[in-house]
Write a protein that binds this ligand. Structure first.
Ligand code: 5GP
Ligand code: MN
Length: 335
């Protein structure tokens, strides 16, 4: 994988570029894709963003979001675009299986492939150019660096700023997680100098849900929470029935896992959700407990040290039992 500065000359003439990100893109994945989209368009390229799946409604306000293609809805068109791409950018994931059904087409196409990502253990062999840095707060901060370190840094504008701020803010938990660095704050200061209105972005992301989502959270906290004090672990499992009863949509469960760590002394929060096709884990930890390792070893997943995800094909109840067995092995690490 060559360093990304070697790529800049390739972007100077009109290229067909596809940008993609992980399935169910969050604020960072969508923000990075759209921030980069506006930048690459501004220097004269033909650019399309293809998302592997749908995304949360609270991202729809983002400039350019209406042009994003959902691979599952427009598969044929997406494949044509991928086949005619000169360059593919992969953002906020580092292993092709995180794009679900897009994995096979992505591995099959022969264009120049570029990685910009901050997760652990990148599958570097799939990429020609790239930057992978787990010390970065967000992929949006990395796209910001990519833009300001390029010969076209003067193209950075308010549209890009709004997209990039979204991912920096959401991936740092509004600037509280340990990955938030002086560089992160300097980048945001620069975006503010361009005229960024940050408070409207917080409102768009966090104050834009239906009543049913709040009632769903109330029910989950009251009736679906289990605290395993002997392991300093809080656990929550959400059934299909709950998702249907409260008409839960993509994005509505984001942030739910963070409540688990708000209990004094809790070091590990684990949320299991019964998505129809699989059971999906979200893990969060405080301090030294490494949920990336836990997810990789036992739950077919990965991510970062303090925030990771995983999956399972087991039934919800069976998977919960399995979790309770697995954490017995980690008893010492959780004290
Ligand atoms: P979340 O719990 O918010 O879905 O994900 C937390 C972090 O773990 C994110 O950085 C996300 O990209 C990563 N992650 C979530 N699910 C998976 C997974 O199945 N595999 C891997 N490798 N990473 C995941
Ligand atoms: Mn991210």
């Amino acid at each position: 994988m060559q360093p990304v500065p070697h790529l800049y000359p390739l972007l100077e003439s009109r290229r067909n570029i596809v940008i993609t990100m992980h399935q169910k893109p969050d604020g960072d994945a969508m923000g990075a894709a759209l921030g980069l989209y506006h930048f690459l368009v501004s220097i004269g390229n033909e650019v399309t963003v293809i998302s592997p799946t749908n995304w949360a409604k609270f991202l729809n306000w983002m400039p350019g979001c209406k042009f994003v293609i959902d691979y599952e809805v427009n598969t044929q068109k997406s494949i044509e675009l991928l086949n005619s791409a000169d360059i593919l950018f992969c953002l906020d994931f580092n292993s092709m299986h995180r794009t679900k059904k897009m994995e096979t087409p992505l591995l099959g196409i022969k264009c120049v492939k570029v990685l910009i990502d901050h997760h652990e253990q990148p599958a570097e062999e799939h990429f020609d150019y790239g930057v992978s840095n787990i010390l970065k707060s967000s992929t949006c901060e990395m796209v910001y660096d990519f833009i300001v370190q390029s010969p076209f840094a003067d193209k950075l504008n308010l549209e890009m700023a709004a997209c990039l701020y979204t991912g920096i803010m959401t991936d740092t938990g509004s600037f509280r997680f340990a990955v938030t660095s002086a560089e992160t704050h300097k980048a945001v200061a620069h975006l503010k100098e361009l005229g960024l209105d940050h408070s409207i972005i917080h409102e768009n992301i966090y104050d834009n849900f239906l009543e049913s989502r709040l009632r769903f959270i109330g029910n989950a906290l009251l009736n679906r929470l289990e605290v395993l004090y002997e392991y300093n672990t809080a656990l929550m499992a959400i059934s299909r029935r709950d998702l249907l009863k409260y008409e839960i949509q993509t994005g509505d469960t984001e942030g739910l896992v963070n409540y688990l760590l708000t209990i004094e002394g809790i070091k590990l929060g684990a949320l299991l959700i019964d998505r129809t096709e699989e059971r999906k884990w979200s893990f969060r930890s405080k301090g030294d407990f490494d949920v990336n390792e836990l997810a990789r070893k036992h739950f077919e997943g990965g991510g970062h040290k303090n925030a990771a995800g995983g999956r399972s094909s087991e039934a919800l109840e069976d998977e919960l039992k399995r979790f309770k067995e697995v954490i017995k092995k980690y008893e010492n690490h959780l004290q």
